[in-house]
Structures are given as structure tokens and as C-alpha cells.
Design a binder for this molecule. Structure first.
Ligand SMILES: C[S@@+](CC[C@H](N)C(=O)[O-])C[C@H]1O[C@@H](n2cnc3c(N)ncnc32)[C@H](O)[C@@H]1O
Ligand code: SF4
Length: 408
């Protein structure tokens, strides 16, 4: 089996010794058809050669599956419509799909370019503070329920399961009838934890950095690929994917984009796992890390290819200027969600920095009903915080921050 394993785009390893599908008894039953083991590179994702008929024979394309209560869908559009009316005095109250609860959790990994700065130990100022107390948490969750929310999302600061309070936190969210959505590298989860996550109704997003074990481990930490995909296997066995509660996330770079398109995307579609394949955010990247990132022209080519791969599998979606993620519309999340940080700052989103207020000075109700938030809604514009898809050269924002200029 010949394959591009290179960390640098274009490099090719021709000396691959006999790779083969993982064996029975390897512990990978659900993933077995999607995994190959190479003596030189370890495990890697590979779309099955005999494609399952069910997907190939679909005559009218479907929208790809989105993560329950997290992905933007028709309900999201209704929330945005309501909020625009509310901002001009024509609706009674704002509505939210979810809020991000960012926590001062430590992290056991150091993924290059982590937008929370965990790899460089240079955390954003909003992460400076204590965990939310149970009373604070209840007030936030109550506010969310009262405003139509369906989920509360842990999106960082570090790794949720490096904190001993992780399950009490998730249980509290679940008790309010909200879906706990969590991003995790999954390496600290034991088998009994996966059952707890299933029972809590959690939606789990497992993050990877490459589709090949050695490449991923070299970037992140030894043996982490195997730990992460073992949890993926266990959650598949528990059937979370049947409920759209299981996703794999990977930031796309020049180094991994070929493998993501050729191997990971089809494998996830066949498994029924949500593909959270997104452009690499450029907030805390070093110069060397930035050089791995797609330029605007490369991003355009990448989304075009991703669209073609999905279409061949029976899925259809249309990228638009501002799309950062395969199968999702342009990023408008601050029109239907917000992010709370340990500093008690309430921001428009986890990776941007418009501060709407601080919980030490105002209640969550006061902040989200403020003139400031209404103003933000009325003047919303796409933020240039990340590399994203543009339909053509003219759509590239003119006011890019300096560090993104080189991507033109
Ligand atoms: C900051 S992490 C925190 C949660 C957990 N530690 C994890 O890695 O999943 C949240 C998500 O952001 C993703 N992420 C981190 N840095 C990124 C970057 N520069 N660009 C795009 N996504 C990134 C991670 O892969 C993960 O899916
Ligand atoms: S595991 Fe998550 S928080 Fe930790 S460095 Fe990687 S992306 Fe950042």
C-alpha cells in the first residue's frame, strides 16, 4: 500500500513495508475497517477499499451529519433572526443555542499552535481566574435554559479531564436538561468514563492532529494517538454516533490536508462520526507554525476538493465566504452563542476578543440584555481571526491583522 505519510506536504515515503488492516483481536472492532497498521508509521486512517453500498447508492445528496445541539442548522437560523429583531426592538428577548464555558483546566498535551496557547504556556488573559462556583454555574445554566439553549460547551482552556471536577461539571449541565458538549483530546479517559459520558447524554468531540499515529505523536506526545482513538472506538461501541453525539476534530494544515481529504473524511462519513474538519486558527501560532497554514488560495482549493469528496459519498454542502469548517456555513456564532471565561469576562466567542461585560460587575442577564450586545448584533461582521474560505480574491478582508497578511 503506497501512501503519503510526510510531515511536509509533498514528501512521500516510498519505503513502506507491508501495511495491512488492523487484525482481529487488536481491540478495534468498530474502527477496524478504517484503520491500517504500518510497521514504519504505526496506525493510520484509511478509507475502506470496498466502499459500503449504502452511501454510494444515495441518489439525492444529503446534508452531512452535524453535531447534536452544536452545529449550525435551521434552528440556528431562527435564533439569529430572532436576535436581529430583538436588537432592533422587535422581539421580546434574545435566544441562544449554547454558551461556551471556558475553564482554567491544565493540559496534558502541547499541540503546536493551540489557540489557547497551552503549547507555549502563554494563555490568554481571560483564562486567568478560578473555576465557576456551583452557584455561578447554576445562574448561567438557568439563564441558558430560560433563553432557549440546548447545550453548554466546554471548549478549553486546557484538557477538561485533567481536572478532577470534570464529571460534576458535566452532571450539572445535564441536570439542567442541556447537552454537555465537550472538546477533548480523550487521552485521560478510562473505559468507565466513556459509559458515564454516554449516560450523561454528552456530545463528544475528540481532537486529533494527524491521521497517522507517528505524525500525530510527534506533534503532540508519545502514545497519544492510540489513546485518543481507543476512546473513539469505545464511544462508537456505546453508539453515540447514532445520536449525532460523536465527532472527530482536526485542524487542517498544508502538512495533513491530503490525508484528511483522502482518508479521514471518507472514514468518518462511513462510520457516521461527525467530521469537524476546520482551518487552523492563527492566534498563537509561531512563524514556523504559520508557514504550515493554508493561504487563502489554498483554502479555496481545499474546500473545493472536500466538497468533491463529500459529493462522491452522497453528501452536499456549499462553502461561502467565512466558512471555516467542512459542511458548515460561515462563522456567525456570536449571533447565537457567547463565551464565559474564568476572568468572568463574557466574550463574543472563544477565539475572538470582543468583551461584552464582566460577571464581577454585572449579572449574565444584564450583560446579554445590554446595549453593547445589541450594538454587536446590529454591526456584526466576519472576524478575520482565522484563515477561512473566501469565494474569490475580492472577498478577502481588507483589514486583516498583520500576522495574516502573508496568507493573501
Ligand atoms: C483548545 S482545545 C481544548 C479542548 C481539548 N484540550 C482538545 O484538544 O480537544 C478545543 C479545540 O480547539 C482545537 N484547536 C486548538 N488549536 C487550534 C487551532 N490553532 N486551530 C484550530 N483548532 C484548534 C482543538 O483541536 C480542539 O478540538
Ligand atoms: S490538547 Fe487541547 S488544549 Fe491541550 S494543547 Fe492540545 S489543543 Fe490545546
Amino acid at each position: 500500500m503506497s501512501r503519503d505519510f510526510g510531515q511536509q506536504s509533498g514528501s512521500r515515503d516510498s519505503g513502506v513495508r507491508s501495511s495491512r488492516r488492523v487484525a482481529d483481536g487488536s481491540g478495534f472492532r468498530q474502527l477496524r475497517e478504517m484503520l491500517v497498521e504500518s510497521p514504519d508509521h504505526g496506525l493510520y486512517f484509511s478509507a475502506p477499499e470496498n466502499r459500503p453500498e449504502a452511501l454510494r447508492l444515495i441518489s439525492s445528496p444529503l446534508a452531512p451529519p452535524g453535531l447534536k445541539d452544536y452545529f449550525a442548522d435551521g434552528n440556528t437560523k431562527a435564533i439569529i433572526r430572532n436576535n436581529m429583531l430583538w436588537a432592533s426592538g422587535r422581539a421580546a428577548r434574545p435566544l441562544f443555542q449554547f454558551a461556551y464555558l471556558m475553564l482554567p483546566t491544565p493540559c496534558n498535551q502541547r499541540c503546536p499552535g493551540c489557540f489557547m496557547g497551552q503549547d507555549k504556556r502563554k494563555l490568554p488573559p481571560h483564562l486567568d481566574g478560578d473555576y465557576f462556583t456551583p452557584q455561578e454555574l447554576d445562574e448561567i445554566l438557568y439563564f441558558l435554559v430560560e433563553h432557549g439553549a440546548r447545550a453548554a460547551v466546554y471548549g478549553g482552556g486546557g484538557e477538561l479531564f485533567a481536572w478532577k471536577g470534570a464529571f460534576s461539571f458535566l452532571e450539572r449541565i445535564s441536570k439542567f436538561g442541556l447537552t454537555p458538549v465537550l472538546f477533548t483530546n480523550a487521552t485521560l479517559l478510562k473505559k468507565e468514563d466513556t459509559q458515564r459520558l454516554a449516560d450523561l447524554g454528552a456530545a463528544v468531540i475528540i481532537s486529533l492532529r494527524d491521521t497517522v499515529e507517528d505524525n500525530h505523536d510527534e506533534l503532540v506526545r508519545r502514545e497519544s494517538f492510540r489513546s485518543s482513538i481507543t476512546v473513539l472506538e469505545q464511544l462508537l461501541e456505546l453508539g453515540l454516533h447514532h445520536d449525532r453525539r460523536l465527532a472527530v476534530e482536526i485542524p487542517v494544515t498544508r502538512n495533513n490536508s491530503e490525508r484528511v481529504l483522502n482518508d479521514l473524511l471518507p472514514a468518518l462519513r462511513y462510520l457516521g462520526v461527525v467530521a469537524l474538519i476546520e482551518e487552523y486558527i492563527q492566534i498563537t501560532t509561531s512563524d514556523a507554525e504559520r508557514s504550515r497554514c493554508h493561504s487563502f488560495a489554498e483554502s479555496r482549493a481545499f474546500f473545493k476538493r472536500a466538497h468533491a469528496v463529500d459529493e462522491a459519498l452522497g453528501y452536499s454542502w456549499t462553502p461561502e465566504t467565512g466558512t471555516r469548517m467542512i459542511g458548515q456555513p460561515k462563522c456567525r456564532r456570536s449571533l447565537y452563542s457567547f463565551a464565559l471565561f474564568p476572568s468572568r469576562d463574557v466574550l463574543d466567542c472563544p477565539s475572538h476578543s470582543i468583551c461584552l461585560g464582566n460577571l464581577k460587575e454585572q449579572s449574565i442577564h444584564e450583560i446579554m440584555y445590554s446595549d453593547r450586545y445589541q450594538e454587536h448584533l446590529r454591526h456584526f461582521s466576519l472576524c478575520p481571526c482565522s484563515v477561512f474560505y473566501t469565494t474569490d480574491e475580492e472577498d478577502i478582508p481588507t483589514n486583516l491583522p498583520g500576522y495574516l497578511e502573508e496568507l493573501r
